[in-house]
Design a binder for this molecule. Structure first.
Ligand code: CTP
Ligand code: CA
Length: 227
């Protein structure tokens, strides 16, 4: 509200941001998760709100608290995240920073799975989750004019990111190397390559807040230019 009153460059623009991991249940007391802290998505939502945007922040169970000044929608699973994103549209831009689980447990149990005394472990079966970014990027009517995805890779970062941009049909991809040695996963810094229709930019190693500020400024410029 403060930012909206101050008349930032994104005032009146609605932007959906996904963030954090998802949790995919095995049974009522167990789940499969990933190491995403939600730090980068949270920083992006905060930076966009700081420029005056009306941010809908769809977040999985993250380690960092959501920013102030955004509409927070808490979800647990990838399916819930997809529904929440669809409910938040239409929007002018959408930023998909969440580390969505690629698979859910297809044979999740309604009751706690018990050891049966045989010494044999239960077998989990998996089903692929719908790609939320690709679904939104490939919407016909009502597609946000600017759809931004992330590509967390451990090798051949730029090639994989370019392929992802093409496959999903999003406008921009923010790619990063999340190999264990980089300290990016769970750390305060990020080193990203921004891939747009106009080319590729590699940014220096920055704090996640600085990456967020740069990206938010780029989004503002693009929307001002009519995306
Ligand atoms: N993404 C999504 N929904 C999914 C999977 C991914 O919205 N079910 C989004 C992520 O939020 C991110 C982008 O897609 O913006 C790329 O995610 P990533 O995991 O890097 O790509 P995948 O397509 O899942 O490919 P892989 O994990 O096999 O590299
Ligand atoms: Ca994935």
């Amino acid at each position: 509200i403060e930012a909206a009153l101050s008349g930032g460059p994104l005032t009146g623009r609605r932007i959906v941001v996904t963030s954090g991991p998802t949790h995919e249940p095995i049974d009522p007391v167990r789940y499969i998760a990933n190491r995403s802290s939600g730090a980068q998505g949270t920083a992006i939502a905060r930076a966009l709100a700081g420029l005056g945007a009306e941010v809908v922040f769809v977040t999985g169970p993250a380690r960092v608290p959501p920013p102030a000044g955004v509409q927070v929608v808490r979800v647990e699973t990838a399916r819930e995240m997809l529904e929440a994103v669809q409910a938040a549209l239409p929007a002018e831009a959408a930023v998909f920073a969440a580390a969505v689980a690629d698979w859910r447990v297809a044979n999740a149990a309604g009751q706690k799975v018990k050891k049966d005394g045989s010494g044999k472990a239960p077998a989990l079966e998996f089903a692929e989750n719908t790609d939320i970014l690709a679904t939104v990027a490939q919407m016909g009517e009502g597609r946000p004019v600017l759809v931004i995805g992330f590509a967390a890779e451990t090798h051949d970062v730029e090639a994989h990111a370019r392929a992802k941009r093409a496959r999903k049909a999003c406008d921009w991809i923010v790619a990063n190397d999340v190999s264990p040695g980089t300290g990016i996963m769970g750390g305060a810094e990020n080193e990203v390559t921004l891939i747009t229709g106009d080319g590729t930019e590699t940014w220096p190693r920055l704090t996640k807040d600085e990456v967020a500020a740069r990206l938010a400024a780029r989004i503002a410029r693009k929307l001002e230019a009519g995306a």
